[in-house]
Write a protein that binds this ligand. Structure first.
Ligand code: 5RP
Length: 274
């Protein structure tokens, strides 16, 4: 999944449907994602989309979603009642409904689908922390027998702060427990300490859609501070010009373009494609 020339990767993430269904930009994966695939080093997807949409002839590395079992509408554990005559509502501390995942495929399926790496969500600090770490270690044990890697994906929920401290903790735990690569979010401060404390490569998620320049700046900053690449979805497939954005991200990751140069490339390609 890493380009041997520079050790970096541009992963295109479009596995969101595994808990979100057809989110914006992924209603028709065949129409929106296939034109982007040639510019990716690795496709991060579910087995359902790989079987039904991705041509078997693809030469791209495959990062296969290997955990799941919950959805955006999984029920919260909340207590509603009255205290001293006033309405009160409490959530169970650390409870993230999405965190109640199990592993979602077996190793034979991963081999059949030619996976390079299995992606497993890890919910440090949630009620199901232990279970999600067990998912990670089970997949590491199974995948390493066949030379397949495991990518630990740092999940962030309402109870989990997106701070450098949190990402240092989460990424280091996943690496110590056997993840070959970890994915986390970029932080505006101290991101260099997240990468330096983690003994395996880190790739950043894009997160919610940002203006194109800001997304390219985030990529450039992350690479400058030690990230080995990006694993981005919404900031590419929800862009006004996804193919242009994909190439601009590639320029930043693999060609050392600054955010300004990447943005100029994006605008140039967008104009030519109009
Ligand atoms: C789902 C994921 C997504 O692949 C990840 O969030 C990347 O997508 P985006 O750049 O849209 O955040 O891991 O949990």
């Amino acid at each position: 999944m890493f380009d041997p020339k520079d050790g970096r990767t541009v992963m295109l993430a479009f596995d969101h449907g595994y808990f979100q269904g057809p989110t914006t930009g992924l209603e028709r994966v065949d129409q929106t994602i296939l034109p982007l695939a040639p510019y990716a080093d690795c496709l991060m997807l579910t087995r359902g989309i790989q079987r039904s949409v991705i041509p078997a002839s693809t030469t791209k590395a495959i990062a296969l979603r290997a955990s799941g079992g919950t959805s955006m509408i999984s029920p919260m554990e909340e207590w509603e009642g009255e205290i001293d005559g006033k309405k009160a509502k409490f959530g169970r501390p650390g409870f993230e409904p999405l965190s109640n995942e199990s592993t979602a495929l077996n190793i034979e399926e991963a081999i059949r689908l030619n996976a390079s790496v299995l992606a497993v969500q890890v919910f440090i600090g949630s009620a199901y922390e232990r279970q999600s770490l067990k998912n990670l270690t089970d997949l590491v044990d199974a995948a390493s027998r066949y030379g397949i890697g495991v990518m630990g994906v740092t999940a962030v929920g309402r109870a989990m702060a997106r701070t450098p401290q949190y990402f240092r903790l989460a990424t280091r735990i996943m690496a110590e427990l056997g993840a070959n690569v970890v994915k986390c979010y970029y932080t505006d401060t101290e991101f260099d300490t997240v990468t330096s404390c983690c003994p395996v490569p880190i790739v950043i998620a894009g997160g919610k859609k940002l203006p194109e320049f800001d997304a390219l700046k985030m990529c450039a900053n992350a690479i400058a501070q030690g990230a080995s690449g990006v694993d981005m979805g919404r900031n590419i497939f929800q862009s006004d010009a996804p193919v242009a954005m994909m190439q601009a991200v590639r320029g930043v990751v693999h060609e050392g373009l600054s955010a300004e140069q990447g943005f100029a490339l994006y605008n140039d390609l967008k104009t030519k494609m109009a």
